[in-house]
Design a protein around this ligand. Sequence first.
Ligand code: SF4
Length: 468
Amino acid sequence: MSDRGLNEECGIFGVYGVQDAPNLVYYGLHALQHRGQEGCGIVAEASDGTMKRIKGEGLVTEVFNEANLSSLKGNMAIGHVRYSTTGGGGIENVQPFLFRHHTGDFALAHNGNLVNYNILRRMLEDRGSLFQSSSDSEVLAHLIKKDSADASKPRIFSIVNALNEVDGAFAFLIMTSNRIYACRDRNGLRPLSIGRLGDGYVVSSETCAFDIVGAEFVRDVEPGEIVTIDHHGLRSRKYTDSCSHDMCAMEYIYFSRPDSDIEGCNVHGFRKETGRLLYGEAPADADIVVGVPDSSLSAAMGYSEASGLPYEMGLVKNKYVGRTFIAPSQSLREKGVRMKLSAVRTIVKDKRVVLVDDSVVRGTTSKRIVSMLRDAGAKEVHLRIASPPIVSPCFYGVDISTYEELMCAHKSLDEVKREIGVDSLAFLSEEALFKAGARNELCLACFTGKYPTKLYQPVEEANKDGKF
Ligand code: SF4
């Protein structure tokens, strides 16, 4: 990862029908840690048969230990890792949420962002709902309960109705006393996959977490689908027929782990292909290809293979420094980059370097890396970006900087080139992203400003609020 005001919101993981489910969720969350490091939690059965939650701020290894994990029992559990956008940080927003209700307790974990959150929350508060947190995810729980006063009515009906009221990006796990519901938004913006483990099932934001627990991929939850997992096995139900496959392109470009497959396409394979296509669109006369660790390495390999230029490790990362975004201010962020990456002088000295990066958000990191390469003796630096310029904010759970901070939203290609200080600069086309994924639908809203859902208020206003 190279920057930069570009942070994923969350990851979710659930287990049904497998012994020691809470332990497996712990391992699953560990594999999803890159999707959020601010907090995490697990809900499972306690020794007295009720649902119990353990959650805290920090990494999975910081929040859980043998003692607290062993207090969670049973063959069913769900968990969550969080990076906060809507609702901000704080322990009250760490998920899963656990709700006590006379019709039965239930827990909920959410990845994504609801664009009509403000409207729904206001409507629910006016009807008497009291919220425990400022997280958008809690809205769904209130919508489910609003509709389930009649305990004899199967819960799936309330879930169907609730999901038809929310709009935006979501992958939800809802756990009741005897089943887990796995749901995805109608546009399919966030990933959610199902795996098989022995006689039971696991559900995860990314397939990389299946390997860690020894599960086998079964299928993805489809856009607009609710998969019920219980002692009958898997059952599917569509809550809407108006669906699309607008998977977040940034999942492929930047967020997801290279060993994950999203909707049938391996993330490393996708990135490598973007590198190949990038060379085709913007070849550079140079000596070596260097990728920005870690998410740009696959694209750099692709560029190197297509160009025939050697792929070199011109930049190394200090693995033991936390992600850059931990530093809140611009100046601290800049220092953070220095701490995190170093240029390898013996490799880049006197060389014409093609620097491959996955994206440009604020541009601060690119600028620092380029000056680092020049300080280490690089003769020329040709920057190739394996995605189009980011010109619009994201309203679907990715914390992309505001308009003001987005370098490409306000500057021409030439101005960006000058500001970053490179000899040449090129971005990948939108068409190449479709080609790399062998698909014809993707969310590209942060590159195009064309959002696949309604935003419920003007973009500028929503962006200013930071909430929707
Ligand atoms: S706007 Fe960008 S970051 Fe947000 S969901 Fe769409 S592609 Fe992903």
